[in-house]
Design a protein around this ligand. Structure first.
Ligand SMILES: *Cc1c(COP(=O)(O)O)cnc(C)c1O
Length: 822
């Protein structure tokens, strides 16, 4: 893309403030952290409840960005760049995209529906790519922000666009319609239930149909509800004649009527009637959602007049779509970002941003296959790719494929291989260690083999951590804070069992203000992992003071003895203003200065320049329990009194903080200057009403090792504590109490979930294994098992085991591999 800034004043109805307006930009950005920002970037400063990009403009100017769309010009950057001032920057982004879309006359497929949008989009891209230069929404960029960013990536070389539109409530689709302006509409599965945000199913369908307002053809599954919505819709928007192109399993008046459907061995055979003739088709899936999605694709191919042979051969090659980028532990302390199923320029940009935000090691490596379908000449394309890789400060590039190899000279520090096999032969000599590796290649290169070679091998039980859920929960709590209140996130005990460094990296990316750990060694390993955020150590032992100082950690000081010991070491090292945090005991009676020691504390700190009181804190004992609210208020009053005294006597103005997760929810007036978020980040609230707004973070998964059927009267496990009353099918799962599964969860108190069905744990939980009753489940060796996650939740488990979710989460042993994904 290339846009002349001059045109923007009228397009955005903006007020212009700057020195040079006759400039072209070729990159639109909303992410201040992207390394792709530069002089050719137009940065649009979105301003949400949780994050105001206006705060990062100064930083961006330093990095060379010159052009901004803003709602106001922050004081510190006045006169330093070109600004377009608008009322609402999100609207401006959308208007810019709508304007840009209109510059192109190509066919655009617009997809909407409740389920299947991303899969149908990826499949259509695969099915049509032999014949078109396609631009499509990357991943599932289908939101109010994602859609305009996707559309802005169209260029002159594209001759077909495929974009998806997702909405969560009424009135959103009208915005997306203006931006996508589809010429072919596809309505994917709409689901039978109405989602939150809609009154009923009809309202949900009506809203989705708005995407097709001016669309000449609509492809959909014919049902009574959809048909009646369409009739109503046509009455409201009669401007254009419209073709409806439908399919159905039951209604033979549909254009494509499915006569027969038979699924076996992960395949489905269908027979359908079209224009009076019968045809058959093999779909390489057996689940009904995939079959419906494949039929939606079939209709698009029929609409494009493909012949039956091409349709059959291409649909037979459909593949499972992966919607997420996965972060995995690699060999030799590497970490791996697995994006091994796609390779196009647009998704490379996104993957490189993800690489930057997730890198655990300072050094970045990209393994990249040939890139298909860009529309550019090869020369142009690989120049752009090389530039992008260099902008992203990638340390080494490994190219695989004959085309990328022929452009080796464009890449600094690169190794090239003709094909995947050549690379695999050399893998030993490439010395992968201590680097973060992005593996990105087109399907035909089979990079999954590379992933499996570079991945660290462990047993089958994994704790999957959803990084997007962490982000969601973080934003949820952040939205409860008053402006300017800072956030410390507690990542003690290995991030409550969820992964310390990975989560700390994510939080650093989201610009939290502080991290909190329990012990010095936890802080040291975060610093060694490259975390630069300030870290408070809750319980520093005096033996760790020297390393606290060496690693620039910040100790919580809770007694005079501790203060004096720290001062002694700090003076020997000639420290000045070393930040410390003063903990006051207001009723928890765990750690902290009590009321009667405050005077002595003041005497010790007065005039002292060795240390600086960075913050004053206390901890609530019962912020989660309505019965004890009076006690909490007493604690807050005492905190107010003692901290104010410290501040006035010492003439200081430190950060004050007292609230943990449930404190944030229940005592909004005591936020002071900072709060300390813990369990809520990891998806748990003690309030069922609030729980609905949080997303599940950790899913503990394993697989079935063996299945057997035992006759009535036989027993299972140690001590014969399960006796089969009738013939019973038993599955063994390789996870036990040494992995953190309590023995109290055995003997039919607890269950696991296999194929969405509960399977009770029978007999005692062993050290490394447990057995479950699967008589009612059609399952086999190797099938996936969920120990906890969406169901059972750690909250349900904690209730049954008479403990709290904190204990369950932190008990999962370190031998269980953590896998992070978005
Ligand atoms: C663990 C901890 C927190 C966080 O508590 P949550 O209930 O998990 O939010 C806050 N402050 C201190 C001092 C803690 O030890």
């Amino acid at each position: 893309m290339s846009i002349n800034l001059k045109s923007l004043v009228s397009v955005l109805d903006a007020e212009w403030n700057g020195s040079d307006i006759d400039i072209f930009v070729d990159h639109i950005s909303i992410d201040s952290r992207s390394l792709q920002n530069g002089p050719q970037t137009l940065f649009i400063a979105l301003s949400g409840v949780n994050n105001d990009a206006h705060l990062y403009i100064a930083e961006l100017i330093e990095k060379g960005v010159q052009n901004f769309v803003v709602q106001y010009i922050p004081e510190n950057v006045k006169g330093k760049a070109n600004f377009f001032i608008v009322k609402n920057t999100l609207k401006a982004l959308q208007e810019l995209a709508a304007y840009y879309r209109n510059l192109f006359q190509i066919p655009i497929i617009g997809l909407t529906g409740s389920n299947g949008k991303t899969i149908v989009k990826e499949w259509l891209n695969f099915l049509l790519s032999p014949d078109y230069n396609i631009i499509r929404s990357p991943k599932s960029y289908n939101s109010q922000v994602g859609v305009p960013l996707s559309v802005i990536a169209i260029n002159e070389k594209h001759n077909l666009g495929i974009f998806e539109a997702g909405i969560s409530t009424v009135n959103e689709m009208a915005n997306l319609e203006k931006i996508i302006k589809p010429t072919i509409g596809v309505l994917t599965n709409i689901g039978s239930a109405h989602d939150e945000g809609f009154l009923n199913l009809v309202q949900k369908i009506d809203e989705k149909l708005i995407l097709f307002k001016d669309c000449p053809v609509i492809i959909y599954q014919k049902t009574e509800v959809v048909d009646s919505c369409l009739t109503q819709f046509a009455a409201e928007y009669m401007m254009h004649p419209r073709k409806l192109f439908s399919w159905s399993f039951t209604d033979n008046s549909a254009d494509v009527f499915i006569l027969k459907k038979e699924s076996k061995n992960e395949h489905t055979h269908i027979q359908y009637q079209y224009k009076g003739e019968n045809f058959s088709l093999e779909i390489p899936f057996s689940d009904s959602a995939s079959v419906e999605n494949a039929i939606s694709c079939l209709l698009v191919l029929l609409y494009f007049n493909y012949n039956q042979e091409v349709i059959q051969s291409r649909i037979a090659m459909l593949y499972p779509v992966r919607m997420r980028l996965e972060v995995k532990n690699g060999i030799n302390n590497c970490s791996i970002i697995d994006d091994s199923y796609s390779s196009d320029f647009q998704s490379l940009k996104i993957a490189l941003d993800f690489l930057e935000s997730q890198k655990k090691n300072a050094s970045k490596t990209v393994i990249l296959s040939d890139i298909f379908q860009s529309g550019f000449s090869k020369e142009e394309l690989y120049s752009k790719v090389a530039q992008l890789i260099s902008d992203n400060k990638v340390n080494r590039v490994i190219g695989i494929g004959s085309t990328i190899s022929s452009f080796a000279s464009k890449f600094a520090n690169s190794r090239m291989f003709q094909n995947t096999a050549d690379f695999i032969n050399e893998i030993e000599n490439l010395n992968f260690n201590n680097e973060t590796i992005l593996i990105k290649g087109a399907r035909s290169f089979q990079f999954e083999e590379i992933v499996s070679l570079l991945e660290e091998k462990t047993h089958e039980t994994v704790l999957e951590i959803n990084l997007d859920a962490i982000t969601h929960n973080f934003n949820y709590f952040k939205s409860k804070l008053k402006p300017d209140v800072k956030m410390m996130v507690m990542v003690k005990a290995f991030g409550y069992g969820n992964g310390g460094l990975e989560i700390a990296k994510l939080l650093e990316h989201h610009k939290v203000n502080y991290l909190g750990v329990a012990f010095a060694d936890e802080g040291i390993s975060l610093k060694n992992g490259g975390i630069t955020l300030p870290i408070m150590v809750l319980n520093p032992e005096s033996t760790s003071f020297p390393s606290i100082i060496q690693y620039q950690l910040e100790p919580e000081i809770y007694s005079l003895k501790g203060l004096n010991a720290f001062l002694k070491i700090a003076r020997e090292k000639n420290l000045k203003d070393f930040p410390i945090h003063i903990k006051i005991d207001t009723g928890m009676h765990r750690l902290g200065f009590e009321d009667n020691t405050i005077d002595e504390l003041i005497v010790t700190l007065k005039g002292n320049s060795t240390v600086r009181v960075q913050s004053i804190l206390s901890h609530l004992a019962t912020s989660d329990d309505l019965q004890h609210f009076d006690f909490v208020n007493q604690q807050i009053d005492l905190f107010e009194k003692l901290s104010s005294k410290l501040m006035s006597e010492l003439n200081i103005n430190p950060i004050r903080h007292i609230l943990n997760t449930s404190g944030i929810s229940n005592f909004p007036d005591a936020q002071y200057n900072m709060v300390r978020l813990g369990i809520g980040l990891y998806g748990v609230s003690n309030d069922p009403a609030e729980q609905k707004y949080l997303e599940n973070v950790g899913t503990l998964k394993s697989i079935i090792s063996q299945v057997r059927t035992i006759p009535a009267g036989d027993s299972v496990g140690y001590g014969r504590r399960f006796m089969a009353e009738k013939e019973t099918k038993i599955a063994t799962i390789p996870i036990g109490y040494a992995d953190g599964i309590s023995r109290l969860w055995g003997n039919e108190a607890g269950f696991v979930v296999i194929k969405n069905q509960k399977a009770k744990i029978v007999g005692s939980v062993c050290m490394d294994m447990l057995m479950v009753n699967v008589s009612h489940i059609d399952c086999k060796e190797g099938d996936s098992v969920i120990i906890f996650g969406e169901s059972p939740t750690v909250i349900e488990m904690a209730e049954a085991l008479k403990t709290i979710p904190y204990e369950i989460m932190t008990s999962i042993s370190q031998r269980v591999k953590r896998v992070f994904f978005r």
